[in-house]
Structure formats: C-alpha cells, structure tokens
Design a protein around this ligand. Structure first.
Ligand code: NI
Length: 165
C-alpha cells in the first residue's frame, strides 16, 4: 500500500483547474491505486488528484463501509442533475471543519475508466454528493466556497438534522 500526502487548504494546488487525462497507462493505474489507498487510510469517501498534488481530472469515490464500491473517475462530467439534498460535508483537505452543503440528490455522470473506455452511470444520495464534491475539486472549487453555512465544533461532534427531519 502506498499512500500520498494530502494537500491542505491554503495551498494553491487546490485552486487550479486540472487538465484532462489523456494517457491510460501504468502510471495512471499506480496513481489510482495510491489515491484509493490514501482515501481509505484517511477514512474519506472521495479523493481528487489535485489533493495529492496532481493537476489532472482524476478522482476516486467509495461511499461504502466495506470498500466494495470504488469508482475511478477519469475526466468526469456531470451531465444530468435532479432533486436536491442538504447535508453535512467535509473534505480531507479541510481538516477539522464541516459545513452544510446543498447538492443534487441524483446525477448522471459520464467519465472514462482506467482503460479509457467511456462509462455513463447514475448516482444518488451520498454517492452523488461525493461525485459532485470531487468533480468540483478538478475545477479548483472547495465545498467551503459553496456551503450554506459552516458547522460549529459542537455540531461537528453531534448530529444535525438532515433532509426530511
Ligand atoms: Ni474534498
């Protein structure tokens, strides 16, 4: 297992618009593996390449507890959005903070897999939230830029009402 160092807020790397990934080679496979290892070790549900200092349009997402739902998203584009969800969000690059962010409830995303094949899939709930969050990273956008509000330390430790409560 190889993990990479996670870049933190304040670093300009997180503010760049990433370039398209054009090569589907061994180097990409190694990066994807390292990104998944880094995400799992940090207990995250998503990680974008700029968070490990690579300015390419690559992200990994896995919202399952048993790490069975890994999605490797290369050059992802959200092509449909529907509904909305308002809830808690954090980021491995923004430690010890959380905010309330409104995202679509359901999305359709088009991306390439590690071999360069085009894939189209739907995601909803937490996975839709995670994919939107990671796709934003590829354009230099952090959740703190678009959050409804920041949570207090007490709220971070406790629970806040989610949608429908
Ligand atoms: Ni993030």
């Amino acid at each position: 297992m190889a993990t990479r160092k996670i870049v933190k807020i304040g670093d300009e790397t997180l503010r760049k618009v990433c370039r398209k990934q054009e090569k589907f080679d061994l180097r990409l496979a190694v990066l994807l593996k390292d990104m998944a290892d880094t995400m799992y070790k940090a207990d995250g549900v998503g990680l974008a390449a700029p968070q490990v200092g690579i300015l390419r349009r690559i992200a990994v997402v896995d919202v399952t507890a048993d790490h069975s739902g890994l999605k490797e998203l290369i050059n992802p584009e959200i092509i449909e959005r529907s509904g909305s969800q308002t809830g808690r969000e954090g980021c491995l690059s923004v430690p010890e903070r959380q905010g309330v962010v409104t995202r679509p409830m359901k999305i359709r995303v088009r991306y390439q897999d590690r071999k360069g094949n085009y894939v189209e899939t739907e995601a909803e709930g937490l996975e839709a939230r995670a994919i939107c969050h990671e796709t934003d990273h590829l354009d230099g956008i952090l959740y703190v830029d678009i959050m409804d509000r920041e949570l207090s330390q007490e709220e971070i430790e406790g629970r806040i009402p989610e949608d429908g409560e």
